[in-house]
Design a protein around this ligand. Structure first.
Ligand code: ADP
Length: 160
């Protein structure tokens, strides 16, 4: 069984992430979306909230599982007997960091490969940060995130 891990912050999940998850779910038997708990970042949504949004928006994909992780990605990948790390590439600006991460992870364990899915061009500008910045100033986010996620974002900004 071919297991892949798609790691990220998903703060919150966007249509770009969902596109990568959907496409990656077609090339592995099981895809584990790893939601990073990073003490250095101050996310808008808690890890539990991010997991819940991911679960709801991927519930139609039976071979996709959502899990939190902290620490080294390669350890999380090995714990799940995965052989692939999936990452999305939006533009050249992603490339340098992604290459460095892929090469580091290859060095740590050469049996695990990183594969990159080129972004669907309609989402090439899209990131969780863009969604949060737009929402902060009341901008329209409904084309960029699933409807349930848009509701959660608006709910969150009401609290501030
Ligand atoms: P990180 O905090 O690691 O950047 P993100 O949640 O922003 O995590 O992204 C996780 C992965 O999804 C990264 O590989 C990123 O390049 C990819 N990604 C993010 N947005 C898009 C998008 N619009 N299209 C394709 N891939 C994307």
């Amino acid at each position: 069984m071919k297991i892949g891990v798609y790691p990220g912050s998903f703060d919150p999940i966007t249509n770009g992430h969902l596109d990568v998850i959907t496409r990656a779910s077609h090339i592995v038997d099981e895809l584990i979306v790893g939601v990073l708990q990073n003490p250095q970042k101050k996310p808008l949504f808690s890890v539990e909230e991010r997991i819940e949004m991911l679960k709801v928006t991927t519930s139609h994909l039976p071979n996709v599982k959502i899990e939190a992780f902290s620490g080294l990605l390669i350890d999380f990948v090995k714990q799940h007997n995965a052989i692939l790390i999936v990452r999305g590439l939006r533009a050249i600006t992603d490339f340098e960091y992604e290459l460095q991460m892929a090469q580091t992870n290859y060095n740590l364990d050469p049996t695990i490969e990183t594969v990159f899915l080129a972004t669907n061009v309609q989402y090439s500008f899209l990131s969780s940060s863009v969604v949060k910045e737009l929402a902060q100033f009341g901008g329209h986010i409904e084309n960029f995130v699933p409807p349930i996620v848009a509701e959660c974002v608006w709910e969150k900004f009401k609290q501030f």
